[in-house]
Write a protein that binds this ligand. Sequence first.
Ligand code: AMP
Length: 399
Amino acid sequence: MNILVINAGSSSLKYQVYNMDNEEVLAAGRVERIGMDTAILTHEPVGKSEVREVTPILEHTTAIRKVLDMLVHAEHGVFKSIEEIDAVGHRVVHGGDSFSGSVLVTEEVKKEIKRLFDIAPLHNPASMLGIAAVELNMPGVPNVAVFDTAFHQTMDPVAFRYAIPNVLYRKHRIRRYGFHGTSHQYVSERAAKFIGRPIEELKIITCHVGNGVSCTAILNGKSVDTSMGMTPLEGLMMGTRSGDLDPAIVPFAMDKEDLSLTEVNFMLNKHSGLQAISGGSSDMREVTEAMLAGDANSKLAFDMFTYRIRKYIGAYAAALDGVDAIVFTAGVGENSVEVREAVCSKLNFLGVELDSERNKTGRGFEKRISTDASKVEVLVIPTNEELVIANDTYRITTK
Ligand code: AMP
């Protein structure tokens, strides 16, 4: 059985194709700059050379059409016919409190995803474009929606409610939902396997540190608290997002700088975080390089970024009443020796002992970076959200 996994953004679309008989990736790729005459399609068929095409792609339906054409291309393709794709799995960012797991896409499900546009205006419309584009290009093929929020639906109101008037929760569902759920779930399950203990008896803190950053407290395999909130803006400092701040700053800055709602939203989502403090880059590689070369702003950005992760780990150790394992994943978490070192440097009170040699060696595989004597296992586990989506799609469409 072959499954196409789609992750649609407002102007981009990433894809992967799996043969689920052996969970083998057959091809991957992305379409960038959708909406422009100079859109870029990059296609990477496994075992063949990469193809890059610059071509006008004005909307998502055309983007999917181009991807499908590439998948059956005589030279670069991996299938003879599109009919060889049995199902499509979609990453959908916000499932609100309507979805606590992945579902087959029906008219009802689409209605619900659209209803959530209100609380996820930056994300859900793009997911719907991806689903609509597949329905048009591949009629009759089942679609499955996999939600970033679903894993966190096990949180208790104590963790997910905000201390604001009840009416805002009742009328508008204003509460913490959490994101990166497929990643937190996947790496926590892998971590339990790595350690060789059942997840049902473990306290794990997962740190998804990429462009977006979030930490999750996982008790016995279930998310009990997570740092992102009603939107992915809350919590840790990120590439371009502010993370936590005093909410009173928003009206104050709007007043002082004469900012509109749209402008302040844009500022907090796109012009804050590492980029704002370092004075230029949102990329941790560049921030670290500049810091090591002596740039004071980059050092402050790095220190704030890592200090805040450390604070959340401390908070979640308290929420869990202890911790067996801390897991680093995603672009920064999997690759940055410096970030992991800084985060773990003052966690001795928890019994964390980092092995700096283990921390430095090797990339792209699961590894332990704590010492053998450390009371807490510190692990690096590469995330694989696409595989989770493919597995859920397989499970739901074959049951
Ligand atoms: P992600 O959102 O998981 O794709 O992560 C993307 C981010 O990972 C990029 O913005 C980089 O800042 C970061 N990254 C990738 N490779 C490295 C590296 N070797 N060292 C530090 N950061 C990295």
